[in-house]
Structure formats: structure tokens, C-alpha cells
Design a protein around this ligand. Structure first.
Ligand code: ATP
Ligand code: MG
Length: 406
């Protein structure tokens, strides 16, 4: 096993550079520049408080220069939340002469204790005068001189990476993992139907990882309920914002719509009719904020409203593709993911859901579309939508690292 020191144990050189690798977007052929530019912009946002930092694109990697050494441990965790990044290395940049690479490698391993090592050379341009073998041999000899550790190419305790790109060489000792996926914003935007249990926040995170930028909408029961669900929605949005960057959250007072539906429509269809109304509000927001998809936390069979006929009856009210990243997840898998991404401990807090207020005693598990549509004949849907939109309030939730004025 190769050690992968956490960022705090890593030696930070006096003029650190970060070398950021991405894999999936490197495969995108003609679209590569599009993805790289969005990734670069997303990285720059996280460095906005460091006026000297510069991000430069160098053949299938991004290089960050101008970071004060003491800022590195603060910035690394932020970058580990940037989708699209495969790994991040902290190293030094030197001119790609053999002498410079050797002394940089020696400086890098000073103070590290390791019994075995391997040099991992990589050249971006084949016209470079030295072969990878040359680099491996010479830099390896230099590392041996100062460490007397043995060379072990299969199971080294320490790996010394040397990457030669455009006349420069980057020397570093570890790759810290990024989250992978695609840069947020590269796949367009989606409106997330953002309830505050475990599912919807995890679904939002999953779609973000596929490059979707998000607009969150939460339906609450105030003033009939307290503000617990709204406070949870804000706290969950803040967790997502660490990964997403500033994010919009629309809060919609839903109790009146529920009351109207519960009075005018068959009890067994209530839940489905509530969801259809939520879909319609989400449609409106999608048009307004240039989103082209709706996202839910639905999981097949998890609850009675999530049977195939009911999903179809709900989707019928959607004007955009409904993305359900958790459709095939078990609850246990969702809980584990909520733990990993940091939403679990907020989702677990109690709240009165908008929907429990006028909750039916029994819910239809095989709703027929014609029955659902017939039930809606009793409603003035355009008027209801107008009321809902008139009471909608949109706020911007900032991540901790965003110090710009909103
Ligand atoms: P979750 O765990 O995501 O809070 P849930 O398991 O309670 O939801 P349902 O209540 O059946 O599931 O809701 C299914 C989906 O409908 C949710 O994942 C969410 O996308 C959407 N939804 C439900 N209630 C609301 C709400 N009050 N505001 C916004 N979206 C909602
Ligand atoms: Mg659920």
C-alpha cells in the first residue's frame, strides 16, 4: 500500500504549486476545452480570497501558482469538494533540466522517512530530450543519495512524481483524492424538489456530481407548522453549497394549496396531487432560472407514493425530464452517502413536513392518470400556481469559503 499522507502531514515547499488532474473530462475529445474552462472557473472561485493565486491550464492538468505556503492546508479541503477533480498534488515547479529536477526531488524528500521509494516520471511532450527511464534513473539516484532508501517499483513506501510539461517539471510526493465527476455547471441546471429528509439532499449531491448546477425549492407548511423544515432546508443547502458554490433556495408556502386539495379532492389521491402541484411550481422556476431538468429524491418502492404508477402520475405534471438519481438505492445506501457528504446529521433532525398536515389516512398505490386528472378538474390550477409563486421567496446560500458580497 502506498502511503497517501493527509494534507496536514505533507511537506509544503516554500513556493508550492498545486497540480490538479482530472480524468473523465480528459476523455471528452472536442469538448475538452469546454469542461476545462468550467473546472478552472470553479477552482478560481475557491481561491478568490487569495489574490496572488493563478490557475493555469497545462495539457490535461491545471496548475495553481502563487499560493502562500500557509494557505495550502486551507485550500486543499475546498478543492477536494470540486467536482471534476480526480486528484490534487502539492509540489514544486522547476525548469525541466535534469539538475533542477534532481535537487527539487531531494528537497522534497528531506525530512520524510521511508524505507523504499519509486520515481514516477511522466512526460507530456515526447520531444523532451530525456526519456522517462532517464528521469527515473537520475532522479532515483538523487533521492537515494539523500535517503539511502531502496528502490521498489511495485510497493514503494513513497512515490516521487515527476511530470514534465511545456518546459517545466512538477515534483510532488502524493496525490490527494478529489471527488471525481464533472464540473458543476457543465451539464446545465436542474431544479431540485428539496425536501429535508435524507433522500433529496443526497439526490441533489449526486446530480451535482454529474455536472448539474442546482436550484433548490422547498415547500413548507408555515404558518401552520413551525419553521423547523425551513431551517433544515437552509442548513442542508449550506452543506451542498460547499460543493456547489453559492446556491439558490426558493421557499414556497404550501399549506394553503394542501388545504384546498384536501377539501376538494379524493383523500387517496391527495399525496399525488400535492406532488403534481410541486412539479408545476418547479416547472415555473425551471423556466425562470433556465433549468432544463427536475430532480427528486424518489426511490422505487420506498414509500407508497413511489410505486411505478404513482411516479408516472406525478411525472405527468412535469414539463422537463425528471431525474431520480436514487431510484435504485436502498435506504442504507442513502444513509451512508448522507454521512459521507455531511447532510446526515441535519436530515435526522425532527421537522413537521408540509405534507403531514393534511396527510391522508390511506394513499393510492396504483393511481390512474385519468382519475388524477379528473380530480384536478375541481381545482383552479392556474390560480393556485399564481398564489404559490406570489408567495415564493428566493434566497442565496453561500458556502463558507465565499467571501464575496452577495
Ligand atoms: P426525503 O427523504 O427526500 O425528504 P421522502 O423520503 O420523505 O423525501 P417523499 O415525501 O415521498 O419522500 O417525497 C419524494 C420526493 O418528493 C422527495 O425526495 C422530494 O424530491 C419531493 N418532495 C417531497 N416533499 C417535498 C417538499 N416539502 N419540498 C420539496 N420537495 C418535496
Ligand atoms: Mg424518501
Amino acid at each position: 500500500m502506498n502511503p497517501s499522507p493527509s494534507s496536514t502531514q505533507l511537506p509544503i515547499p516554500p513556493n508550492p504549486v498545486l497540480v490538479i488532474h482530472y480524468h473523465e473530462i480528459a476523455l471528452k475529445g472536442g469538448n475538452q476545452a469546454y469542461f476545462e474552462n468550467i473546472l478552472k472557473r470553479n477552482i478560481q472561485q475557491r481561491l478568490a480570497d487569495l489574490s496572488q493565486a493563478r490557475v493555469r491550464h497545462m495539457r490535461n492538468r491545471l496548475v495553481v501558482r502563487g499560493l502562500p505556503p500557509e494557505a495550502v492546508t486551507r485550500v486543499i479541503p475546498r478543492l477536494q469538494q470540486v467536482f471534476g477533480i480526480a486528484n490534487i498534488s502539492i509540489g514544486t515547479e522547476v525548469d525541466a533540466s535534469m539538475e533542477a529536477m534532481k535537487s527539487a526531488a531531494q528537497a522534497l524528500v528531506q525530512g520524510l522517512s521511508f524505507a523504499s521509494f519509486a520515481v514516477r516520471p511522466k512526460r507530456a511532450e515526447k520531444k523532451y530530450p530525456f526519456t522517462s527511464q532517464d528521469i527515473g534513473r537520475e532522479v532515483g539516484a538523487a533521492v537515494w543519495e539523500v535517503s539511502h532508501a531502496r528502490v521498489d517499483l511495485t510497493h514503494p513506501e513513497l512515490e516521487v512524481f515527476v511530470e514534465v510539461v511545456q518546459g517545466k517539471a512538477y515534483i510532488f510526493a502524493a496525490k490527494l483524492p478529489g471527488p471525481g465527476g464533472l464540473p458543476v455547471g457543465s451539464s446545465g441546471r436542474g431544479v431540485v424538489l428539496f425536501s429535508v429528509g435524507f433522500d433529496a439532499p443526497v439526490a441533489a449531491w449526486r446530480m451535482m456530481k454529474r455536472g448539474l448546477s442546482l436550484h433548490l425549492v422547498h415547500f413548507h407548511g408555515q404558518p401552520q407548522t413551525d419553521d423547523a423544515s425551513v431551517r433544515k432546508a437552509r442548513a442542508l443547502a449550506r452543506v451542498l453549497a460547499q460543493w456547489h458554490g453559492r446556491i439558490r433556495l426558493t421557499l414556497v408556502a404550501f399549506a394553503q394549496a394542501q388545504e384546498i386539495i384536501s377539501v376538494a379532492c379524493p383523500e387517496r389521491l391527495r399525496t399525488i396531487l400535492y406532488r403534481r402541484m410541486m412539479m408545476r411550481v418547479a416547472n415555473k422556476l425551471a423556466w425562470r432560472y433556465h433549468a432544463r431538468a427536475l430532480v427528486t429524491g424518489e426511490s422505487l418502492g420506498q414509500v407508497a407514493s413511489q410505486t411505478l404508477p404513482n411516479l408516472a402520475a406525478i411525472e405527468d405534471a412535469a414539463a422537463f425530464p425528471v431525474l431520480r438519481p436514487l431510484i435504485a438505492f436502498d435506504k442504507q445506501e442513502i444513509l451512508a452517502e448522507a454521512q459521507r457528504i455531511g447532510t446526515h446529521d441535519i436530515s435526522i433532525l425532527p421537522h413537521d413536513e408540509a405534507c403531514t398536515l393534511f396527510q391522508p389516512r390511506r394513499i393510492e398505490t396504483a393511481a390512474k392518470l385519468e382519475d388524477v386528472r379528473a380530480a384536478e378538474e375541481a381545482l383552479d390550477i392556474p390560480w393556485m400556481l399564481e398564489q404559490l409563486m406570489a408567495q415564493a421567496e428566493t434566497e442565496i446560500i453561500l458556502p463558507d469559503w465565499d467571501t464575496r458580497n452577495s
